[in-house]
Write a protein that binds this ligand. Structure first.
Ligand code: NAD
Length: 494
């Protein structure tokens, strides 16, 4: 970073325009193989389907690697491997299961830098997020669940616990390794075996995780990783020998999985989309609230299911909040995700960029006013969307109702706490919410009546492995994390 303190030849910080920072690209090299197979029964193998896909770096559009696409026979082999491994894994003393999870967590920490770079290259998120959030949180999740492995009887007192069996786990592209950890850690701690399917645009960290599983000598078949697109996911979820399906992704796919699971006896948990309200009351500390708003919507380019994408501001402070938001957004740096100074990276795929741009167009057509305060040119190659917000949004506008899954904020106003509550709950989703106020009474009154799985007060997008996460309404059901998250991976008997 350049400073103007001692060296007159370095450019000064320009507070009027934007922060002028020297480029600070990550330089640690990471080896990526040309081709990756499926990870089944402890080994990598080519897909019987003979099909492959290519994963690209969304910031450069360069191909990173080719990976196998699992067909029906491949999914069948993965589920069979998980089924075969189940009795021995179940019978292993719980404390030994815990040791595998501890080993996995420690190895992730040791290889954290490599994982962070790979995550950023494959997914487009800024390196400071993959380095400081995704990878450490994934390791924490394994540590946390390692601790539970031999204490399950205490988690559910006076009940007998038994694993549910073979778990099919399907994850999205927004937090590839972290979502794998959220799924695998509780399943293994509870004595289940797993077939995991990462998203087709971000398979690389899950495949590297498979290498770590080999390093820690996890028994073959306990975790299997099959790559591919929606058809692979559907084949896995619909496989008759699967006992539980855990899915994170779009509400649309979640609904098809719920319909398919009905009547099969399979357990199901769904973590779907959201349109989370982020409320600022007139007594809030605005410096902190603005940081919360930035964190809430522009973190990971808005590719966050619980993104605070509907900002509800009390009318008396609306003008000031807009002004402060605009000023703060001028300092956001959009660009090379491998640069440690970058705040907002690349959109994950061309398809997602198209969805975002379509919503921006609809927002303008319906009469809202688009503001894009960030400065500087976007790179010519890659998939980019400058962070932006819409003023003058009405509750009926499409951009106020539908999930955009990009760095686009819709700002609405309210007059009274009751109106804030009514607007917050005016959504088919119920994943998360945020409240900024100086008054504890207002905070508790609103938080207890907002229909959302998580309500952050005077903070936003804070996660903890010990804290359950999940939604209501069309945001899905079931919880991940904490004692509640274990419940989905156990049958309880009295
Ligand atoms: P998606 O639901 O299509 O994909 C998520 C995962 O499900 C991927 O692994 C995908 O291969 C798999 N999948 C797709 N179709 C399937 C099927 N029929 N059966 C089983 N698995 C299937 O999500 P997407 O296309 O990547 O993104 C579309 C929208 O989903 C986004 O715009 C966003 O709104 C939402 N989304 C939400 C989350 C979240 O964390 N809640 C994450 C990613 C995307």
């Amino acid at each position: 970073m350049s400073t103007n303190s001692t060296n007159s030849s370095t450019p000064a910080l320009d507070f009027g325009q934007k922060w002028k920072l020297d480029a600070a690209p990550e330089t640690t090299p990471v080896q990526i193989a040309d081709e990756y197979g499926l990870f089944i029964n402890g080994d990598f193998r080519a897909a019987l389907s003979g099909q492959t896909m290519v994963t690209i770096n969304p910031a450069t559009e360069e191909a990173l690697a080719q990976f196998a696409v699992a067909g029906l026979a491949d999914v069948d082999a993965a589920v069979a491997a998980a089924r075969k491994a189940l009795p021995a894994w179940q019978q292993l003393p719980a404390v030994e299961r815990g040791k595998y999870l501890y080993r996995l967590a420690r190895r992730l920490q040791e290889r954290a830098r490599e994982f962070a770079i790979l995550e950023t290259m494959d997914g487009g998120k800024p390196i400071k997020e993959s380095r400081d959030v995704d990878i450490p949180e994934a390791a924490k999740h394994f540590f946390y669940h390692a601790g539970w492995a031999d204490k399950l009887d205490y988690a559910f007192p006076n009940r007998q616990v038994e694993p549910v069996g073979v778990c099919a786990q399907i994850i999205p592209w927004n937090f590839p390794l972290l979502m794998a950890a959220w799924k695998i850690a509780p399943a293994l701690a509870c004595g289940n075996t797993v077939v995991l399917k990462p998203a087709e645009t971000t398979p690389l960290t899950a495949l590297r995780l498979a290498e770590v599983l080999q390093e820690i000598k996890l028994p073959a078949g306990v975790v299997n990783i099959v790559t591919g697109g929606g058809e692979t996911g559907a084949a896995l979820a619909n496989h008759p020998d699967v006992n539980k399906v855990a899915f994170t992704g779009s509400t649309e796919v979640g609904k098809t999985l719920a319909a398919a699971a009905a009547g099969t006896g399979k357990k199901l948990t769904l973590e779907l989309g959201g349109k989370s309200p982020h409320i600022i009351m007139e007594d809030a500390c605005l410096d902190q609230a603005i940081e919360g708003v930035i964190q809430g919507i522009y973190f990971n380019q808005g590719h966050v299911c619980c993104a605070g994408s509907r900002l509800l501001v009390q009318e008396s402070i609306l003008a000031e909040v807009m002004q402060r938001l605009e000023l703060r957004m001028k300092t956001l740096r959009v660009g090379n995700p491998l640069d440690k100074n970058t705040d907002v990276g690349a959109i994950n795929s061309a398809a997602q960029l198209q969805i975002i741009q379509d919503y921006i167009r609809v927002g303008q057509e319906e009469g809202a006013e688009l503001c894009t305060p960030t400065q500087g040119e976007l790179p010519e190659v890659g998939f980019w969307q400058a962070p932006c917000f819409f003023k003058g949004v009405q509750p009926v506008h499409t951009i106020a109702r539908e999930e955009i899954f990009g760095p686009v904020l819709s700002v609405l106003s309210f007059r009274t706490p009751e109106e804030a509550l009514q607007r917050a709950n005016q959504s088919p989703y119920g994943l998360a919410a945020g409240i900024w106020t100086d008054k504890g009474s207002k905070m508790f009154s609103l938080a207890s009546r907002i229909k959302a799985g998580v309500v952050w007060c005077n903070s936003y997008n804070r996660f903890d492995a010990a804290s359950p996460f999940g939604g209501f309404k069309q945001s899905g059901f079931g919880r991940e994390g904490g004692r509640h998250g274990l419940r989905a991976y156990l049958n309880l008997k009295s």
